[in-house]
Design a protein around this ligand. Structure first.
Ligand code: AHG
Ligand code: MN
Ligand code: MN
Length: 338
């Protein structure tokens, strides 16, 4: 495969020439990729560098911060504020929208990110990731305000994630399909390893935290019960269950092997609106999944159509192969109409 030798920056430059795209977006994606390489490097040393474990602090969502949550957040801020193309940043680990410090030039882009996703897995050395979403504003805002920078997901111009697994990968879309890169440690660069990922329709895996089953809504329970019934149930075939507790790793599997990933709103988390956050978890993953031919919904609304003024808004998330997600949507609408 001749493409295998392309580095990320070569790929981005090629895409920019082909699509006559904005030079600033290439600059920003390069900064994000550099941040991901730096996070990957911090993770690798683990206990040797004393980066595991909790801090005494909580983030705005009341979650105890891990040392690496804060380290990864700082890496993203320092690597990206310098780019000169950003108006603001939004992070899971920061209460408010982060304005670009005055010593740096500003631009029209907004970067929204989860610096370390699946961080409960860090201390047990299981895969984690970083997730990012990029919006281009019509103009550089004079003063950052939630209204200016918090745009619906359909306005994303790029989104992606880094997966820190047995190898470090960067999976990216600029609205022209989904491409996957693997970090080549010998040269310190991401290299294109899979072009134009498409979600299989014949996958047979579902991912949901089944310990919450007693709080699920009936349409979710119906879908999962039918999967578990397997060959002898209404689906007429067997399914397999997966739960890594790391959205990046789950979405990566869905992109490569099909199936679905579900984190619903249930009676226990209903007051919060769900578990996963709209701007830096649901939106970027929904963008990638749609770009790979799949669907992403709350069960009742397309994720990318949701509007919110709250940077840490939580939403139900169901994403994956079209036919499976359509089935979930149908089950919700059947339930809502009786
Ligand atoms: P984060 O580590 O950024 O807070 O996100 C964790 C998320 C997501 O990655 C995962 O799918 C889910 O939380 C796991 O939730 P459970 O603890 O219910 O398994
Ligand atoms: Mn997360
Ligand atoms: Mn996180």
């Amino acid at each position: 495969m001749p493409d295998q030798s392309l580095t990320l920056i070569q790929f981005l430059l090629e895409e920019r020439r082909r699509l006559d795209a904005d030079r600033d977006l290439t600059t920003l994606l390069h900064s994000v990729a550099t941040a991901c390489k730096a996070v990957s490097s911090s993770l690798k040393s683990g206990a040797l560098a004393d980066v595991l474990g909790n801090l005494d602090t909580e983030n705005v969502q009341g979650e105890t911060q891990k040392k690496l949550d804060v380290i990864a957040n700082d890496i993203f801020l320092r690597r990206c504020e310098f780019s000169g193309v950003l108006a603001a940043m939004v992070s899971e680990e920061m209460d408010e929208v982060y304005p670009i410090p005055t010593q740096f030039p500003k631009g029209r882009y907004v970067l929204l990110f989860d610096p370390l996703d699946g961080s409960s897995n860090i201390d047990v050395n299981v895969s984690v990731g970083s997730i990012f979403s990029i919006i281009r504003l019509d103009e550089t805002p004079e003063e950052e305000s939630y209204d200016a920078v918090l745009r619906p997901g359909y306005e994303q111009v790029a989104a992606g994630y880094a997966l820190y697994g047995p190898s470090t990968m960067l999976v990216l879309s600029t609205g022209e399909g989904v491409n996957a890169f693997t970090l080549d440690g010998n040269i310190g660069e991401f290299r294109l390893t899979q072009r134009n990922l498409r979600i299989r329709e014949d996958g047979s895996e579902f991912a949901i935290n089944a310990s919450r089953a007693r709080w699920w809504e009936p349409p979710v329970k119906r879908y999962i019960d039918e999967c578990i019934a397997g060959e002898s149930g209404p689906r007429g075939r067997d399914f397999n269950m997966r739960w890594i507790a790391s959205m990046v790793a789950e979405v990566h599997r869905v992109l490569l092997r099909g199936g679905v990933f579900i984190y619903p709103k249930d009676s226990k988390n209903a007051e919060l609106g769900g578990k996963l956050r709209l701007f830096y978890e649901a939106n970027p993953m929904a963008f990638l999944i749609e770009q790979a031919g799949g669907m992403a919904t709350t069960g009742r609304q397309r994720i990318l159509d949701i509007k919110s003024n709250s940077p840490h808004e939580r939403v139900p998330v169901m994403l994956g192969a079209r036919s499976e997600i359509q089935r979930l949507i149908d089950y919700h609408s059947e339930f809502d109409t009786v």
